[in-house]
Design a protein around this ligand. Sequence first.
Ligand SMILES: Nc1ncnc2c1ncn2[C@@H]1O[C@H](COP(=O)(O)OP(=O)(O)OP(=O)(O)O)[C@@H](O)[C@H]1O
Ligand SMILES: [Mg+2]
Length: 319
Amino acid sequence: MIENLPKEAARQVAFRELQGEVPGMRDEASARRPTKTRPTKTLDGATVSAHSPGTPGGHERMALLALENLHLSFGGVAALAGVSLEINAGDFFAIIGPNGAGKTSIFNCISGIYAPARGRIVFDGRDITRLKPHQRAELRIARTFQNIALFRGMSVLDNVKIGRHVHLRSGVLACGLYYGRAAREEQAHRAIVEREIIDLLELQDIRHKIVGTLPYGQQKRVELARALALDPVLLLLDEPTAGMNAEETEDMVRFILYVARVKRLTVVMIEHDMGVVMDISDRVAVLDFGKKIAEGAPAQVQQDANVIKAYLGEDVEVA
Ligand SMILES: Nc1ncnc2c1ncn2[C@@H]1O[C@H](COP(=O)(O)OP(=O)(O)OP(=O)(O)O)[C@@H](O)[C@H]1O
Ligand SMILES: [Mg+2]
């Protein structure tokens, strides 16, 4: 894994991956990934326009999420040093950058786990910077985690069901005591959402299996299902294909594209596999040492002098 390589060697590998010369370097399994363009077929066989999942036809694009000058520090370490980003409704937006660049910290600020020392987060026209995590979940911002965060001793279905309760303040008990027509309608809606997600992600056959017994790739898919149980508008994916082999990666990408389109989601994805990033993103932002050093279309970012420098180190002359 790149974390175990000396810094210079790690940068070299990361750079070659940026250029698509090596098929992923996050782990041994990913080293087997093919470099060929990944299929962007939907599960029903139709071809997806990978660059416009979920964009409502004919509607003018607007920034659904705006990060304004975010600063976040841990002791003396600046995890974020003035990051600004705008993500349009319907976008498939990727965030890339070397290890420790501040990518996960951005998600932690958006979902309310960390409070930025400075800056603003605006979601759907509303300042959410000081809202609690459950309040952001109520606004339908969902996420997955870099390390799988599931109840390993519970079934797939229960993980999907409980995903919503964990993220919203109203717990299982509160919901049980809440009654009336609105509550019944809400519960019926939830049941539909859960069934739909289980179907969309093809989890029917394993829905009663205990999560801890499943292969890694399936666990990651269950985590995606758990996030989708929130019926999100904005979905944050933190390295959804990390640690997966080639087949699992292809499956995961296919599922992500499919649900993004069917559910008309806006997606922000942190991803180390450049093949995946180049294939499915509309826009890419590159972070290094807590700063955004480039942003644009995938092909454009790949050729950006600052990006190449960040991946190779300061001493490199960039033409
Ligand atoms: N809870 C924390 N306590 C102390 N330092 C932290 C904490 N979270 C993040 N950091 C530091 O902030 C910086 C950015 O970390 P972050 O996890 O956002 O990076 P990343 O880009 O997601 O990296 P990776 O690719 O390894 O996941 C790093 O220097 C990290 O050590
Ligand atoms: Mg991270």
